[in-house]
Design a protein around this ligand. Structure first.
Ligand code: TMP
Length: 211
């Protein structure tokens, strides 16, 4: 069986982490070996970039283009070091965020130039696309409320305005509408079990080896 890249996307607090875990356990129970990874932070270099990107320093704000370039650098390293080799080895990869996050957050959220974002995504990935992307759609305020309940507190991006997060959400809605055969919307406000079952159905329907 060839490798597969399955990406999970969505606004803050959409439930990606727990759904990826459930999905990995389910796939493993079918005899498929799974790798879970994420952006930013899926490599050792990326762990450093993630910290730089998400810690909040009010005295030295990160410039928007710097932010974009750091996400692109994280992705370039991740694709080269993790995604490409594991796909070549036939592995199943579940990836927490990928190129659509940059379109949604830096494109829709920050309003940076979409052509520049597409070019950087292309450079970072060499054109590698997901086989399938699950968009966990939750209301922005519900997601942020979940995050506020976390012991860790809100990071630099989570602390952005509600208007920013709404633009990100619109980004995902537009992406899903324009790529209906690649990005699948799952209602993330339902119970964990129902969301997991729905994700199983999407994978069954669209990945031929699971049919
Ligand atoms: P996470 O906490 O869901 O792992 O995501 C890290 C944060 O980074 C989240 O706020 C979304 C943001 N992000 C971007 O703004 N652009 C990107 O390209 C990626 C991958 C993440």
């Amino acid at each position: 069986m060839g490798g597969r890249l399955i990406v999970f996307e969505g606004v803050e607090g959409c439930g990606k982490t727990s759904q990826m875990q459930l999905c990995a356990e389910w796939l493993e129970s079918l005899g498929i070996s799974v790798i879970i990874t994420r952006e930013p932070g899926g490599t050792e270099l990326g762990v450093h970039l993630r910290r730089l990107l998400l810690e909040k320093k009010d005295d030295q704000p990160v410039a928007e283009v710097t932010e974009l370039l750091l996400y692109a650098a994280d992705r370039a390293q991740h694709v080269a070091q993790e995604l490409q080799p594991n796909l070549a080895a036939g592995k199943y990869i579940l990836c927490d965020r990928y190129i659509d996050s940059t379109i949604a957050y830096q494109g829709y959220g920050r309003g940076l130039d979409m052509n520049l974002i597409h070019q950087l995504n292309q450079i970072a990935t060499g054109g590698l696309k997901s086989d399938l992307t699950i968009w966990l759609d939750v209301d922005v305020e519900l997601g942020l409320a979940r995050k506020r309940g976390d012991a860790l507190g809100l990071d630099r991006i989570e602390q952005e305005t509600i208007a920013f997060h709404r633009r990100v959400q619109q980004g995902y809605a537009d992406l899903a509408a324009s790529s209906p055969s690649q990005i699948f919307r799952v209602d993330g406000s339902l119970s964990k079990e129902i969301v997991h079952k729905t994700i199983q159905e999407v994978l069954h329907l669209h990945l031929k080896e699971l049919k």
